[in-house]
Design a protein around this ligand. Sequence first.
Ligand code: MV4
Length: 495
Amino acid sequence: MVIKKVLIANRGEIALRIMRTCKEMGIKTVAVFSEADRNALFVRYADEAYCIGPPVSSASYLDFEKIIKVAKATKADAIHPGYGFLSENPVFARRLESEGITLIGPSAEAMEVMGSKLAAKETAKRHNIPLVPGSEGAVADLEEAKAIALEIGFPLLIKASAGGGGKGMRIVENAESIDEQLNLAMNEARSAFGDASVFIERYVKSPRHIEIQVLADKHGNVVHLFERECSIQRRHQKVVEEAPSSVLTPDLREAMGECAVSISKACDYVGAGTVEFLLDDQLNFFFLEMNTRLQVEHPVSEMITGIDLVRQQILVAGGQPLAFSQSDIKMKGHALEVRVYAEDPTNNFLPDIGTLKTYVRPQGPGIRVDDGFEEGMQIPIYYDPMIAKLIAYANTREEAIDRMIRAIDEYDISGVKTTLKFCQFAINHDAFRSGNFDTHFVQDHFSPEELEVENKQNEEALSAFLALDLIRGVDAPSAQEPTKRSNWKSTRNRL
Ligand code: MV4
């Protein structure tokens, strides 16, 4: 089947990102949008665009009856769901199958298996993929939980089978609290997910979060595109992602890659997917879960492999076999991504939505900005407050970090508070630079004062330079430089 027209069932930067590849492939695009996104860039970029309802997601981006109606009316061959919204919804996938519309993604069955953490772990176990020691399947009652605890020791972790991304997790420190925690976890799981099944794992103390990008076609070919390191996160919200990881050896990379390919084959996976692992401080890895969608941080994998993941998703959805094998895929250089949010890092990351009064993107060598906004636009309150993904690519990790720091300096956003300085703090930290960090990085190293102190230091440095100006006279060439630098942002619009 040749895909000639794609409906993008998403919004913002990812809708635009998908449309750009469609355009390169000569594929027509259909946007669907809510009333809050009337003026969005992705709506203007599409060949056709249809309003599908009010801002609240349940009445627009999640309302698949409306979306399918538009797909039929516009004769779209396929739907790309992006990430979030309908992207991992097996009910939607099944509906599209019965409507004869191609989903750019895996089958409903693959989504179902991986949507259940227990089913996913069972699949992994059958294929000898390492798992964190813990219960086999759901824990039935307190007696069983206690028996497992006796075996694996404390602290342990109770997780909801229907959870994921940290939702429904509880740490149990000692035998006395296991009763209470188990009850809370099961009740929470029942009310949040409609499924009370929970399982137990040993708590891995200082883990790194490493995920492997996979790509599978409809002919049983599966390859991996190496790893992404996503340990720098705050409350399960990723802050910095990079590829490759600074701690993986070639052997470890190959072993994890093979496990990722094997679990993908086990669920007859099709398309782009991500297999998540925990890596402990002894470099043991354990399968966590599989995400059956294109991920937010996919650009770092694209940068180091030169492979356009959206193009590959579309090709395999159309039935084409992958045009390359594992040995053809090489990684080169280093890529970093930071997520720029409209949040105030000095005020507990409170969303700070409003109008982008100034919005000037960084440019230059090795910089990619995936966003969906322009100066003067309003960031809607109804959705995730991510403004942009800033990606830096260079030959080495050090150069990529320096390049990212430069790009963050160039990024000029006013009207809303952003996490840019927080991201800069993170990647410039000794622990990050040295590669010696884990998922507790933000908790261990960040406090709002870090940003306030930095602001103050900048002010002090500026006053010192200004004082120098006075002493030397403003015409002195050595005194010109810092004054110019400090004025860079305020004068740029006039340059
Ligand atoms: C764990 C863990 C430690 N031990 N499992 C959080 C998200 C979900 N995908 C799995 N998560 C974790 N599972 C065991 N047995 C620590 C985490 C975890 C984490 C994992 C990846 C990235 C960030 C994290 C932050 C806190 C906890």
